[in-house]
Design a binder for this molecule. Structure first.
Ligand code: IMP
Length: 199
């Protein structure tokens, strides 16, 4: 099956392509297609906006992830707004901004959430969700990954996500878990659709 990966984030493309290798799908990039603005207030809404736009425009199933970091001491912020936290322009600046906000905070718990949506050109959606809990360091460590990875140590680990390989991160990460659920659902071809309505 040809599937468009509806994201402009190179880190996500890498992780999605690596995770879905076994499905035998032909993954395609956006091909210059602009993504819609993320105007939703939930991961589900934003993932659906991106996946549907690509599916309809390209006439192919399209996959999108919307994800974020929820910090306990910040009442769950930045959440769906993680990509533009503090209006900072780069991963490095956003990490510094987060460290500033957490300076002196004893509670450094956080979780990553990923919602992966596979949208079909006829409007049908499949939704998969994954989470990863951990703690935030007081300074960055590691060069791999993207986003907040250098600050985040998953529960039960000593390394940050940025000190892991793509495969190691996938085995435990929020996106890896959401994608594993998608792979499981597609093991024997596209999953049966539930009847809509029923009344
Ligand atoms: P969006 O899903 O494109 O709105 O962006 C999600 C943002 O959350 C990213 O730009 C990162 O800042 C952060 N994020 C999501 N997943 C990860 C991850 O696996 N590692 C580090 N940061 C992440």
């Amino acid at each position: 099956m040809r599937v468009v990966v509806a994201t402009g984030n190179a880190g996500k493309v890498r992780e999605i392509a690596e995770a879905l290798g076994g499905l035998g799908w032909q993954l395609e990039g956006l091909g210059g297609l602009p993504l819609p603005e993320e105007t939703g207030t939930t991961y589900e809404e934003n993932a659906a906006l991106k996946a549907c736009a690509a599916a309809v425009t390209r006439g192919l199933p399209a996959l999108a992830d919307d994800s974020g970091l929820e910090v306990a001491a910040l009442n769950g912020q930045p959440g769906v707004y993680s990509a533009r936290f503090g209006n900072r322009a780069s991963d490095t600046e956003r990490n510094l901004y987060l460290l500033e906000k957490l300076r002196g905070a004893a509670d450094r718990r956080a979780r990553f959430v990923s919602v992966v949506i596979l949208a079909y050109p006829d409007g049908h959606l499949e939704t998969y969700r994954g989470e990863l809990t951990g703690t935030l360091l007081e300074g960055p460590r590691g060069e791999n990954g993207f986003g907040y990875d250098p600050l985040f140590v998953p529960d039960g680990e000593t390394r940050t996500l940025a000190e892991m390989t793509v495969a190691e991160k996938r085995a435990i990460s929020h996106r890896g878990r959401a994608l594993a659920a998608l792979i499981e659902a597609h093991r024997n071809g596209p999953p049966a659709r539930e009847e809509a309505g029923g009344e």
